[in-house]
Design a protein around this ligand. Structure first.
Ligand code: HEC
Length: 127
């Protein structure tokens, strides 16, 4: 009886950890569309349909910015590059997608190399 109970709870733990593993994998792996290179999440199809007519989606995926920044890019393309007027709904969907998938980065430069990891400066004592 004890062994039956023990093996049942072992199965429980095993099933639970398998479930947790699946969940973690599903949430951490960001799926990328192999054709456009866009991250697959809500709104990506609208972005692909609206934004890849004139240039590749790479111009989008290589950029980042807050919702406001993306909005100003849209306005610039409408004012100067011939991007048409979008319905409010479509614009909202696109801006939500861009801001949450290609959002403002904390910094776009790599951190400086600490002094102790740098080679000595050969010119330091040169006159
Ligand atoms: C009517 C044509 C057209 C459409 C449609 C269009 N763009 Fe553009 N976009 C351009 C042109 C032209 C450029 C400048 C390309 C270059 O610099 O080589 C550009 C540049 C960009 C840039 C780079 C801006 C920068 O600061 O370097 C981004 C980001 C961008 N577009 C995103 C989008 C998004 C998002 C959409 C969909 C809402 C979109 N584009 C739809 C014409 C368009």
């Amino acid at each position: 009886m004890i062994s039956v109970l023990a093996s049942r709870s072992a199965w429980g733990v095993l099933t639970l950890s398998a479930g947790v593993l699946l969940l973690t994998q599903a949430s951490s792996a960001q799926e990328i569309d192999s054709f456009s290179g866009l991250k697959i999440s809500e709104g990506w199809l609208q972005v692909q349909a609206t934004c890849t007519e004139c240039h590749s989606a790479q111009l989008i995926s290589q950029n980042s910015g807050s919702r406001e920044v993306w909005k100003s890019r849209l306005r610039w393309m409408q004012d100067t590059q011939g991007l048409g007027q979008l319905t409010i709904n479509l614009e909202d969907t696109i801006l939500d997608y861009l801001a949450s998938n290609y959002g403002q980065k904390a910094t776009s430069r790599r951190a400086g190399i600490p002094d102790q990891l740098m080679p000595g400066n050969p010119y330091e004592n040169a006159q």
